[in-house]
Ligand binder design. Structure first.
Ligand code: SAH
Ligand code: SF4
Length: 432
């Protein structure tokens, strides 16, 4: 989502005649768009500000903007910790940056805006000119915020309450990028499956939004992330059966395989409920693959709880998952609970990641000798080499003398490693 926001910030800066530079030492304005989900991110922001200061030491100080969730969470504190920052803007009010920067240029007064103004934000973004050529696969924010309050998580405080963007605004954006060459849309939200937009007497949810997006001929693939297990309903499950454009791949974080820990985390679902969902999705589309997020060393996690997490990984056979050691977040309910020793966390993380990596390697090895359809996203820096992803998002590389960007092609996989597939072009895919 930060990637999406950063692109929008770039478009907004164009409206006040700033253009993006690749050389930070040359910049007249520097904007950090930050993440606050884990502790290290905040410290990294301050250390990166230190590095930036050195780069720019011989020049007039650039205007410095701290944007995103660290800005939201730290607020006024930032001005106390560093004099380098001029403007602090949260993730739900960055659409006002052009006005804030213009104001700063005129008055040289520090400014902070951490309000939640989502309707205003998307209204502004809707009228923006896209300043770059859209990618073959584009991210589209459709939902933000969270009302679920898992006890480890800072998102409900930094991104605010659940908000769903208007369907018209989403479809307008998709039309624009589809006309410019985008072939895949990746719908984003902290709780994307909680999407709900009421338009007069019609209510749109994620499945009905997918229905509308599938009508765009140019859009060949649809994906969404991140989903919460408690928002999965029969209609969404069925969408994986009905829509050929909806890729059979679902990121469905479980966090832990232990019911005791899930309860402590306030996840409001059990392992058994989660496994039932997996079975339903597989029935709807047997090709579906799952990925998840895992938190290791949540306060109270004993060896047997961790073993249950390993068990569920074996049972579901997850691909491409994320795993993190629990990180204390100020203001969240779990913050002052007894911490698990870091050494234990590290060794559990390593064991869990090895299992996940082995799963991924085995999945990749199963594809060697087989044909997989990939959407070609771009040329790589290697001469003649192209990069794309298959239906399950596995990265694949192949060579061609012709520009294949944007095409759906069948690739015969000849080798692989844990992360990547390598193949040869077999024959033309479903369109050119
Ligand atoms: N809404 C999504 C998750 C969004 S946050 C869901 O409910 O699944 C993305 C991921 O960051 C989470 O799934 C979690 O695994 C991780 N995360 C969030 N807070 C964390 C913390 N305090 N420590 C470690 N990992 C955390
Ligand atoms: Fe955070 Fe996701 Fe839980 Fe919301 S549902 S509090 S975003 S982990």
């Amino acid at each position: 989502m930060n990637e999406y926001d950063s692109d929008k910030i770039s478009d907004l800066m164009n409206t006040i005649n700033f253009i993006k530079t690749e050389d930070v030492s040359d910049a007249e304005c520097i904007i950090f768009n930050t993440c606050h989900i884990r502790e290290k991110a905040t410290e990294k922001v301050y250390s990166d500000i230190g590095k930036i200061k050195k780069i720019n030491r011989n020049k007039e100080k650039p205007i410095f903007v701290l944007a995103g969730c660290v800005a939201q969470a730290e607020g006024e504190e930032i001005f106390k910790r560093t004099k380098y920052v001029d403007i602090v803007v949260g993730p739900q009010s960055y659409h006002r940056l052009p006005a804030q920067i213009t104001n700063f240029i005129n008055k040289r007064e520090n400014f902070i805006d951490t309000n939640f103004k989502l309707i205003e934000k998307f209204d502004t973004l809707d009228h923006l000119q896209i300043s770059r050529k859209p990618k073959i696969s584009e991210l589209i924010t459709i939902q933000e915020g969270c009302d679920k309050f898992c006890s480890f998580c800072v998102v409900p405080y930094t991104r605010g309450p659940e908000f769903s963007r208007s369907i018209h605004s989403i479809l307008n954006e998709i039309k624009k990028i589809a006309d410019e060459g985008t072939k895949e849309v990746f719908l984003l939200g902290q709780n994307v499956s909680a999407y709900k937009y009421i338009d007069g007497n019609k209510t749109y949810n994620l499945p009905s939004l997918i229905n509308e997006i599938a009508k765009f001929d140019q859009i060949k693939r649809i994906r969404f992330t991140t989903s919460h297990p408690n928002d999965m309903d029969e209609e969404l499950i069925d969408a994986f059966r009905v829509h050929k454009k909806l890729m059979p791949q679902l990121h469905l974080p479980i966090q832990s395989g232990s019911n005791k820990i899930l309860k402590l985390m306030n996840r409001k679902h059990t392992k058994e409920y989660y496994l039932e969902l997996i079975t339903k999705f597989r029935k709807a589309n047997p090709a579906i693959e799952f990925s998840s997020d895992f938190i290791i060393g949540y306060p109270g996690e004993e060896q047997e709880d961790f073993n249950e997490t390993l068990e569920i990984i074996k049972e579901v056979n997850f691909v491409n998952s994320y795993s993190f050691i629990y990180s204390q977040r100020p203001g969240t309910p779990a913050v002052n609970k007894n911490q698990i020793l870091l050494e234990i966390c590290k060794s559990r993380l390593m064991e869990l990641q090895n299992l996940l990596f082995n799963n991924q390697l085995k999945k990749n090895e199963l594809l060697v000798g087989k044909t997989t359809e990939i959407l070609v996203e771009n040329k790589t820096s290697q001469p003649g080499q192209f990069f794309g992803r298959n239906q399950h998002m596995f990265p694949a590389f192949f060579n061609s003398n012709h520009n294949k960007t944007g095409e759906l092609l069948n690739i015969k996989i000849v080798s692989c490693n844990r992360n990547n597939l390598f193949g040869v072009l077999e024959k033309q895919g479903t369109f050119a």
